[in-house]
Write a protein that binds this ligand. Structure first.
Ligand code: AHG
Ligand code: MN
Ligand code: MN
Length: 334
């Protein structure tokens, strides 16, 4: 039988002499949250959780009932353990302080509790994305400012994918490993050790309905992919996918390669992109880089960006190295 996720993490942590067990405890709480979310997402209409909540989040997006429920599940599963100083979520205006009745810990947790939530009512894959940062030494009452750390500072990043199977994929900076939930046993087991993104690909993912709003380098890249060998002048023809769940797209790329783009566009000027740096772009960039892929805004490495706001959005171009390099080159005018 393969290792379960917690056994895998405990063994990984043993290699770090200073590890106190705090991180393992935190991850175990995150795993519990994702199992609960997998249950709720799977039951769907049977437990009345589909449809709109009738509210808007801080970014002006209509919240689904499950956006609200999964946010609550994540908070409740992670607030009590004594591992966290605070949390920040895509679904909440401000950071979440650990209630006074619980001890505080040294980590900060950011998360997107339900990614791809436009897919939930039509029974297509959704996910959860999370990122763990260290809280500055001596800070017991963190502010939003304490979360504004570049992606290179992440201690761990992961996602859960609620698809035909529920999976959890994560990195602590030593490669990427994937675990599959065995519902009968109630545990995630290591099924995808050392996931590696192929350097080359013939598959791209972008929401083409935004084409008229893109910048010239992305227009050029996608145009060439669409035209393929002839008349595009590329060495191959391309296939295309768009699930509208970033977790599902990244998982496909980790499995068989590909390039995913949610680039800068002029649809809503000043927005700076669609995906959120702290809850989506940074954790996914950490995972993709650890699997040998690349992740940029087109102009800079995403993990090098110094965040300026909790809900900051950024352009995202990630996946197979050679294609991401090509698009980045087009942005540089090569
Ligand atoms: P969320 O459901 O957390 O708001 O995220 C949705 C994101 C991402 O997962 C996906 O790639 C993208 O938004 C889809 O956007 P479009 O609907 O514009 O294609
Ligand atoms: Mn999302
Ligand atoms: Mn979301």
């Amino acid at each position: 039988m393969s290792k379960n996720l917690i056994q895998f993490i405990i063994e990984e942590q043993r290699a770090i002499p200073s590890a106190s067990g705090d991180f393992t405890g935190l991850l175990s709480d995150i795993v519990s949250a994702c199992k609960q979310i997998a249950h709720d997402v799977n039951k769907g209409a049977l437990i009345g959780v589909l449809g709109s909540a009738g509210s808007e989040n801080v970014q002006g997006e209509t919240q689904k009932k499950l956006d609200v429920i999964t946010n609550e599940v994540f908070l409740k599963a992670n607030e009590w353990g004594g591992h966290l100083a605070a949390m920040a979520s895509e679904e909440m205006d401000d950071i979440y302080h650990i209630p006074a009745r619980y001890p505080k810990g040294k980590y900060l947790l950011t998360f997107d509790p339900l990614d791809g939530s436009s897919n939930i009512d039509v029974n297509i894959s959704v996910g959860t994305i999370f990122s763990i940062l260290r809280c500055k030494d001596g800070v017991t009452n963190p502010t939003a400012e304490d979360f504004l750390q570049p992606g290179t500072k992440q201690v761990c990043a992961g996602y859960a994918l609620y698809g035909p199977a529920t999976m959890m994929v994560l990195t602590t900076g030593h490669g990427v490993n994937g675990f599959t939930l065995d519902r009968d046993v109630g545990d995630f087991f290591l099924t995808h050790p050392n996931m590696v993104i192929p350097e080359d690909t013939a598959e791209f993912a972008i929401n083409v309905s935004n084409q008229r709003f893109w910048e010239a380098p992305v227009q050029r890249y996608v145009d060439e992919c669409l035209k393929g060998k002839t008349p595009g002048g590329r060495e191959k023809n391309f296939n295309m996918r768009w699930v509208a769940s970033m977790v599902a797209e990244v998982h496909r790329i980790l499995t068989r390669g590909g390039i995913f783009m949610y680039p800068l566009d002029t649809k809503e000027p000043g927005k700076g992109g669609k995906l959120r740096l702290l809850y989506e772009a940074n954790p996914m960039s950490f995972i993709v880089e650890q699997a040998g892929g690349m992740s940029t805004t087109g102009r800079e490495r995403i993990m090098d960006l110094k965040p300026t706001g909790l809900h900051q959005r950024v352009p995202v171009i990630l996946g197979s190295k050679n294609e991401v390099e090509r698009v980045t080159g087009y942005h540089k005018g090569l």
